[in-house]
Design a protein. Structure first.
Length: 86
């Protein structure tokens, strides 16, 4: 069984947000993020310590990342790469 709770699919109603659009997405651990980016956990720690990695959220003693933040970080990196190539 997945550790993340899933909900039944919802139908989009014109002009209204659906449950899936408003439900918060689970926070990622360093292990999750490393797997998503196909890098080591050490690489994530190094990026974080240099201040050049995706912005994290500290909850108690744990570091977590929002999926939305990771998505934006990747879009920003793509845009930067395209500008450098031009």
């Amino acid at each position: 069984m997945s550790r993340f709770r899933t909900s039944a699919p919802t139908t989009r109603i014109e002009g209204h947000m659906t449950q899936s659009e408003t439900a918060p997405r689970p926070l990622l651990t360093i292990k999750d993020l490393a797997a998503l980016l196909n890098v080591s956990e050490k690489t994530i720690r190094n990026l974080r310590s240099k201040g050049i990695g995706p912005r994290a959220v500290k909850i108690g003693g744990s570091i977590r990342w929002r999926q939305e933040t990771i998505d934006q970080y990747l879009r920003d990196m793509e845009a930067s790469d395209l500008q450098e190539a031009a």
